[in-house]
Design a binder for this molecule. Structure first.
Ligand SMILES: NC(=O)c1ccc[n+]([C@@H]2O[C@H](COP(=O)([O-])OP(=O)(O)OC[C@H]3O[C@@H](n4cnc5c(N)ncnc54)[C@H](OP(=O)(O)O)[C@@H]3O)[C@@H](O)[C@H]2O)c1
Length: 332
């Protein structure tokens, strides 16, 4: 691809990518969004990352999900998005829904972590500078801070919208017992929470503890991160650990999770996927999109090929009762 003359595909809105209403808001999100946690940092091949992002947009993925500390190095996924804006996406800014977050350790000292107004406000200013943007579409508080009053964190989100630096706000990784307060506070201050972002995939069902239903009942969208369990729910590891894989780096996805028992389960899931004419990754994403509780699955992809495989998931999100039972009997 010639990076300097990128022109988005005219077919990007041809109906292949469904756009799902986010809670009770005016915003619709693509059923599949692209996350920049891995593969987009300074340690990665920029041209490949750029090609993956362009491939995503060409295929109707209008939502890019970032955070201040995505890289590695921290901040560099946002910097690379900024480069991509200048190289390719600036003409399409209004077609993109770009999100970022603050909540985990970002810079040293008492003001670069957790949920204070001081941290969230300065972090977003830094993020906008790195991404070469005037505003983000959505800003998340990345995690609950048990030592900062929730009122302070929520009011910072309200004020960020009033400042025009984010159009919407959301929360991520907040425990169930805090979310009624958050949803209520934001609504009372006329900045309703647009999205709750949580880890949800076929093998990790913790969001079914009440968070998914609370989102539905409060008109809040839900986006599922690590929908492929960081690559486990794909064919990536069925024949060993490839050298260029996330597991080979042994940091966020440890080699020792791949036990013979897990491999056996993944092979059995892969066999079910095959009977559905899907790859395992497609089936894992279809499973998340099956009942309307998930607004968008936030996938990672280290190449355009992976991305193209994954977006085929939207073609078949129906499951028979027997398929669901069989999947559960393998996993649970
Ligand atoms: N809010 C939060 O706290 C939080 C936390 C984590 C993530 N997130 C968001 O969620 C996004 C996705 O997270 P994730 O990267 O863990 O998602 P994921 O979709 O579960 O895993 C992505 C990885 O799976 C592998 N993969 C993807 N498609 C494949 C295919 N078709 N065949 C084989 N392998 C495939 C790739 O691994 P290889 O790199 O090995 O090729 C890829 O990097 C992040 O980028 C971020 O935006 C948010």
């Amino acid at each position: 691809m010639d990076n300097l003359t990128y022109k988005a595909s005219d077919a990007r809105y041809d109906g292949r990518m469904p756009y799902i209403r986010c809670g009770q808001s005016g915003v619709r999100l693509p059923a599949v969004s692209l996350g920049f946690w891995h593969n987009f940092g300074s340690v990665d091949d920029f041209n490949k990352a750029h090609a993956t992002a362009c491939c995503a947009f060409d295929n109707g993925i209008t939502c890019f999900d970032l955070a201040n500390n995505y890289g590695p190095e921290y901040g560099t996924a946002e910097e690379n998005l900024g480069r991509m804006m200048d190289l390719s996406f600036r003409p399409y800014r209004d077609e993109l829904f770009i999100t970022t977050k603050a909540g985990y350790d970002m810079w040293p000292g008492p003001y670069g972590d957790w949920g204070s107004r001081k941290y969230l406000m300065s972090s977003l200013d830094q993020s906008l500078w790195r991404m070469r943007l005037d505003y983000v579409d959505l800003f998340y508080s990345h995690r609950y801070d048990p030592e900062t009053p929730l009122e302070e964190t929520m009011q910072a989100l309200v004020d960020i919208v009033h400042q025009g630096k984010a159009l919407y706000v959301g929360i991520s990784n907040y425990p169930l017992e805090t979310i009624d307060f958050c949803f209520g506070y934001l609504k009372e201050h006329d900045v309703p929470c647009l999205i709750y972002q949580g880890r949800y995939n076929m093998m990790d069902r913790r969001m079914e503890n009440g968070i998914l239903s609370a989102c539905r009942d409060n008109g809040v969208g839900f986006t599922a991160f690590s929908p492929l369990a960081q690559g486990l729910l794909t064919d990536r590891y069925l024949k060993g650990i490839p050298e260029d894989s996330r597991m080979a780096r042994n940091r966020f996805l440890k080699r020792d999770v791949m036990t013979p028992q897990l491999l056996d389960r993944l092979n059995r899931l892969n066999a079910i996927a095959a009977t559905r004419n899907q790859s395992l990754s497609e089936m894992a994403l279809s499973w998340l999109l099956k009942d309307g509780l998930v607004t968008s699955v936030l996938i990672g992809a280290s190449s355009p090929v992976q991305l193209l495989t994954n977006i085929r998931a939207v073609r078949n999100t129906e499951f028979t009762a027997d398929e669901l039972k069989e999947i559960d009997s393998i996993i649970l």
